[in-house]
Write a protein that binds this ligand. Structure first.
Ligand SMILES: [Cu+2]
Length: 332
C-alpha cells in the first residue's frame, strides 16, 4: 500500500511536469482562427493524457527498478502470480470509458468547427498539380492568393482538377481534402490579422512540397479595398495576364529561358517546327499552342510522355487560354 501511495504521488508530480514541458516547448503554431480554439482544447486533453500515461508507465518502471532490486544474497525465486480478474476488469473498463469519452468530445468539437454562419463569405477553391486557385463568386474575382476578412466566417467550397490535394493552413488548424469530381467544404473564421500559407497536406506528385499559396487575413475595409483593386486590374494587356497565369499554373513544368524542366521550354517555341513523338513535325502556330493547353495528349512532343501535363480545358476560361497563348508567342 505504501508503495502504491508513493507511486501515485510521483505519477501526479511527473504528469504536471511533463504537461508543463509539453506546453512550454511550443508544439503548436499561432492560434489564428475561431476553429483553432476548439481544436487546441481537444489537443490539450490529449497532452494531459500523454503526460499521464507516460508518467504512469515510466514512474512505475523506474520505481520498480530501484525499490524492488534483488538484494545482496537473495537467491530464491519471486512470488508466482497468476491472473487477477478484478485488475483485468479495471484496466479494460478504464480505456473503454476513455475511448467513448474521446469519441464524444471529438464529435462535439467537429460539430463546433463546422458551425454554420449564414453570412459567411464564399470562396471557391480549385487545386491541381501544382497550384491553388481562389474565386470570389460574389465579386467576380479570381486570384492565386487568399484574402480573408478578419472575424468573419469564410466558407471554402473546394474541388480538385486532378488528384487529391488537401487544404491546410496550420495556424487555422482545420484541414480538408479536395477531391476530383466532388465539392468539399471548410469553414474558417480567422481571428488574427497577418500573413499565412496554405500548404497541400496530401502527397500529390513531384512538386507537392512547393504547392503553397499566400493567405492574408485583413480587416473588412482592407478586404473591400483589395476586392475593388482586383476588379479594376483586369485591363492589363493579354501578355501580362498570360504571364500571371503561367506563373500560377505552368512554371513548375515549363521554363521561359530555354532550361529543361518537366516539360519543354517555351523560349522560341512559337513559330518553330515541333518534332512530335510519332516522328512527324508540326508548326507551332496559335492553334497548336491552344490545343496543347486544352488537350495536351493530342500532340506529344518528341522526348516527352503523354499524361504528364494536365488538361486545362475545364479549369481555364477561353480568354485565359488566349492570354497564355499570347504570352508564349511573346517569348521569342
Ligand atoms: Cu497537392
Amino acid at each position: 500500500m505504501k508503495h502504491l501511495l508513493v507511486i501515485a504521488i510521483l505519477v501526479v508530480a511527473s504528469t504536471l511536469l511533463v504537461h508543463t514541458g509539453l506546453t512550454a516547448i511550443g508544439l503548436l503554431p499561432e492560434q489564428a482562427s475561431a476553429q483553432a480554439v476548439t481544436i487546441d482544447n481537444l489537443l490539450d486533453v490529449h497532452f494531459w493524457l500523454i503526460s499521464f500515461l507516460f508518467s504512469l508507465i515510466v514512474v512505475t518502471l523506474l520505481y520498480s527498478l530501484v525499490v524492488f532490486r534483488r538484494k545482496k544474497g537473495e537467491t530464491g525465486e519471486g512470488v508466482h502470480i497468476e491472473g487477477n480478474t478484478k485488475l483485468e476488469i479495471f484496466w479494460t473498463m478504464i480505456p473503454l470509458f476513455a475511448v467513448v469519452f474521446l469519441a464524444y468530445i471529438g464529435a462535439q468539437s467537429l460539430g463546433e468547427t463546422r458551425r454554420i454562419d449564414p453570412t459567411a463569405l464564399e470562396v471557391d477553391v480549385t487545386s491541381g498539380q501544382w497550384y491553388w486557385r481562389f474565386e470570389y463568386p460574389e465579386y467576380g474575382v479570381t486570384t492565386d492568393k487568399l484574402y480573408l476578412p478578419v472575424d468573419r466566417q469564410t466558407l471554402l467550397r473546394m474541388t480538385s482538377m486532378d488528384v487529391i490535394h488537401s487544404f491546410w493552413v496550420p495556424e487555422f488548424r482545420v484541414k480538408q481534402d479536395l477531391v476530383p469530381g466532388q465539392t468539399t467544404e471548410l469553414r474558417i473564421t480567422p481571428t488574427l490579422a497577418g500573413e499565412y500559407k496554405v500548404l497541400c497536406a496530401e502527397l500529390c506528385g513531384a512538386s507537392h512540397a512547393y504547392m503553397e499559396a499566400k493567405v492574408y487575413v485583413v480587416t473588412q475595409e482592407e478586404f473591400d479595398a483589395w476586392i475593388i483593386e482586383q476588379q479594376s486590374t483586369v485591363v492589363l494587356d493579354p501578355v501580362q495576364r498570360g504571364r500571371q497565369l503561367a506563373n500560377q499554373y505552368c512554371v513548375t513544368c515549363h521554363s521561359v529561358d530555354g532550361s529543361q524542366k518537366i516539360g519543354p521550354s517555351w523560349l522560341g517555341l512559337a513559330g518553330s517546327e515541333v518534332p512530335l513523338e510519332d516522328g512527324t513535325t508540326i508548326p507551332a502556330d496559335t492553334e497548336y499552342l491552344r490545343l496543347s493547353i486544352v488537350n495536351p495528349n493530342l500532340h506529344i512532343v518528341e522526348g516527352y510522355n503523354a499524361n504528364v501535363m494536365p488538361a486545362f480545358a475545364n479549369l481555364l476560361e477561353q480568354t485565359e487560354v488566349e492570354d497564355l497563348v499570347a504570352y508564349i508567342e511573346s517569348l521569342k
